[in-house]
Design a protein around this ligand. Sequence first.
Ligand SMILES: [Zn+2]
Length: 260
Amino acid sequence: MPLQYIFLSHDVDWRKQGPPKEHVLNRAERFDESTIRNIDSKNPYYNFPQYMEIEERFDARSTFFFRTKYENGDVTDYEDEISSLKKGGWEIGLHCDPSSIYDLAKIRQEKEILESLTRTKVFGNRVHYLGFNNELPKKLQELGFVYDSTVKNSKDQIIKEDFGFFQLERLFEFPITLMDAYMFTYMGLSEEQVLPVVQKALNESRQINASFNIMTIIWHDNVLQMKGGRMYKKILEFLTQQDDVKICTGINLVNILKNA
Ligand SMILES: [Zn+2]
């Protein structure tokens, strides 16, 4: 029986067409030369087929959190991706806009927009930029969400409070243990340090609770071709080699916890 659960997730922060070319060129040092050379024909922020292929290869499934408000873009552009993900066993969650979180009606509207694309209920939420407030869990619960994964207690360290889960009434909250963006900014990691840090986090998870624990990981959908971000495959390879590790979506995890 797996003892260490990994809630694996991807936040879809950018519209399907990606950011303007200048945005990528201003960050050219993050990419291989060939990626930059091909930028006019291939948007390096678009990685859905690759993510699906990698996760299928390792027999892992994750949750993709979609925004409904994209700068100069439209979530309906992702209709085909959402449909393929759903068919393949991935979960679709809401990446709620930080401007919506104080207003029940705005969150409801976002949920309904996404549900019209998934054609099923959406159970999970994570707020873009990790916006949070104490009244949010109540609102999410009222709207039929069963879990949220927005809380992050430390940006630059791996700390005990960012493992596991807690419950806010009936709503499950999965704090974020590791996030790609913070690993390369606040934590200041180089590409070579990515895998050792994931290994270290897993060991801490085992030390905190050897018989059952949860680690929540965010790997943004747009970073797969970036230096550092391209370590994703190696991370999955490492995790799936561990006998005590099981990778799952947020809703899978909630069902495991409810039946425990
Ligand atoms: Zn985001």
